[in-house]
Design a protein around this ligand. Structure first.
Ligand code: MG
Length: 298
């Protein structure tokens, strides 16, 4: 199932997207008893999914909307809390970042011994087709990072690798947009990666039961139609079970938590000289089989 949060008639609602038909089933009409907040819906687990599926199967025309008639938000909008994210988690990207001069953290080696975990500010989260407000970066060094994001279902602490996928609710597409000079000069990444609108996500959560093996997913990023990134999720240095085990060791994960898993090689600072985003650029990230986000730089 492809679950989305959208606005229609000035109201925030949940929907189930049918990409082939270009439509969405409005759950506020088809299943009015279900929660209207994605994080509350995720907390219902399999029961919520079964109820939503039943509603989709029996929905009449009054519950279906054309996708181009609604505004899609980040799938679990409003965010529960800061999304978690992972730095330097693909081998070739770890090397390109290490070599770029913009990494103030790596020391002598490109590949980290342990996952590098940070968070992006709640207010950085934006919708799948929202503009990227790069004018907020006074250093004019804004860069893209196409990433697979994991959505947590059942929460918990002390989750082992063996059980990690039992806690994955689904997946979405994200762009860990980064102001490189701010990332470098402040050492920690909170400012450089946390600017407002620097975390577009969507267009939907593809639930784990339909997503197949995440390692087989293919991530591609284009800037103005030019392909910049093309990688398999299987190339992650620290895989999804390792990330969940590491994060949950002493932090309770909550239903609706988001983990951006890292970006592959091909970001703007990998070029010599670096190529940064500029006003008017369009960044598109596709992960098969989840979908596409596309964001214009402003
Ligand atoms: Mg990243």
């Amino acid at each position: 199932m492809r679950l989305a949060t959208f606005s229609h008639d000035g109201q925030l609602r949940l929907g189930v997207i049918d990409p082939a038909a270009g439509t969405l089933t409005d759950l506020s009409v088809a299943a009015p008893d279900l929660p209207g907040d994605m994080n509350a819906f995720i907390a219902l687990g399999a029961d919520g999914l079964a109820a939503a599926q039943k509603a989709v199967d029996s929905a009449g025309d009054e519950a279906r909307l054309a996708l181009d008639a609604v505004t899609l938000h980040a799938p679990n909008w409003p965010p529960l809390r800061d999304p978690f994210a992972v730095g330097r988690n693909y081998h070739e990207h770890a090397q390109e970042f290490h070599d770029s001069g913009f990494d103030a953290t790596s020391g002598a080696t490109a590949v980290p011994d342990h996952p590098i975990i940070f968070t992006k500010a709640t207010t950085s989260v934006s919708g799948p087709f929202d503009p990227i407000p790069a004018h907020l970066d006074q250093t004019n060094t804004t860069d893209y990072e196409g990433e697979l994001a994991v959505i947590i279902g059942p929460g918990g602490r002390g989750i082992s690798k063996d059980n990690a996928f039992d806690h994955v609710y689904g997946y979405t597409v994200s762009n860990d947009v980064t102001a490189r000079t701010l990332q470098h000069q402040h050492k920690q990444w909170t400012i450089g990666k946390g600017l407002d609108g620097y975390c577009p996500m969507g267009p939907a959560i593809l639930t784990a039961d339909e997503a197949g093996d995440a390692r087989e997913m293919r991530l591609r990023t284009w800037v103005n139609g030019e392909e910049r990134q093309d990688a398999k999720v299987a190339d992650l240095i620290f895989d999804i079970p390792t990330l969940i085990e590491t994060l949950s060791e002493g932090i309770t994960l909550l239903p609706g938590d988001v983990i951006l898993t890292g970006t592959p090689v091909g970001v703007g600072i990998g070029f010599e000289p670096p190529v940064f985003l500029k006003s008017g650029d369009v960044v598109k990230v596709t992960i098969d089989p989840i979908g596409t986000i596309e964001n214009k730089v402003e």
